[in-house]
Design a protein around this ligand. Structure first.
Ligand code: HEC
Length: 256
């Protein structure tokens, strides 16, 4: 049978690719230092915030009932995300070397942003509809879910908040996050904006974990401020949060 004579060659090729991938990819990822992991966490949380910032800045436009097409395509949002990234870091966004976990996480997040924006087009471009519920935190949740799916078990990202402030149960802090939020971030002596990193389990698996505190700004208080329990424009109950108070956190994980 003529077909079969290719089988050994294919098997050999597969074996070669397998061995090459062990030689090239495995050591590169096994060799991640704590600094490398912090760098990846910083990169991913920075892109995540940059993208959410685009949606925050576009709220008026998104909720403009007189306009159809808002011009917020996936590509436009990626371009603006990279602009925000540059504002935040002073550097141009740059893809890491192919095959590294950093590049994989960058790709997973950028693809997630594109997917979320692609799927959101009918909603945000609906003419005649004002408030659309496409809020920064909702976008962030979707962006995180997409990232977690795309990175297939190697890393994880989530927007969370102090337990008493969480609106969406899916954003509830786990035990480790709640502990850092309550016992580190909320302490007056804790340095503002400083990330906390540790080796700790996530969903039962040993991991490197990084968590970044976020604080209420004036604009947040329209929905998260006083009077506590009164309704915000989305219909949710205001938290009674104060300016500068810890309002949330971004939690990032790299599995060992
Ligand atoms: C227009 C009202 C509105 C504004 C303004 C707003 N939020 Fe929210 N926020 C919400 C709603 C509604 C949710 C719940 C989203 C969901 O259901 O997933 C939320 C969720 C969150 C969450 C996720 C935790 C949770 O409760 O589920 C964080 C963190 C958060 N907001 C922080 C902020 C910060 C910080 C700002 C200002 C930069 C801000 N929000 C501005 C309405 C708002």
């Amino acid at each position: 049978m003529g077909k079969n004579k290719f089988l050994p060659r294919i098997a050999f090729l597969n074996l070669t690719i397998f061995i090459l991938s062990l030689l090239i990819i495995a050591p590169a990822q096994a060799a991640l230092s704590q600094d490398d992991k912090v760098a990846i966490g910083t990169e991913i949380t920075t892109i995540y915030r940059a993208a959410r910032g685009v949606i925050a800045k576009s709220q008026k436009l998104i909720n403009d009932a007189t306009k159809g097409d808002k011009g917020l395509s996936a590509d436009v949002v990626i371009t603006k995300t990279k602009e925000n990234y540059k504002k935040a870091t002073g550097n141009d966004f740059k893809m890491a070397a192919a095959g590294t976990l950093k590049a994989e996480t960058q790709t997973a997040l950028l693809n997630s942003i594109k997917e979320v924006m692609h799927n959101a087009q009918p909603l945000i471009n609906e003419k005649g509809k004002g408030l659309k519920g496409f809020l920064p935190a909702i976008f962030a949740k979707q962006m995180g879910d997409g990232f977690n799916k795309n990175i297939s078990g190697k890393a994880h990202i989530k927007l969370t908040a102090p337990k008493s402030y969480v609106r969406n149960r899916a954003n509830r802090p786990d035990k480790w996050e709640a502990d850092i939020i309550e016992n580190k971030f909320k302490k007056p002596s804790y340095e503002k904006n400083k990330v906390f990193v540790a080796d700790a389990k996530h969903k039962g698996k040993p991991a490197f974990r990084l968590i970044l505190p976020e604080y209420y700004k004036e604009a947040c208080l329209n929905c998260h401020g006083d009077p506590k329990g009164s309704r915000d424009i989305t219909g949710g109950k205001k938290e009674g949060g104060k300016l500068g108070e810890l309002g949330g956190a971004i939690s990032f994980v790299i599995y060992n």
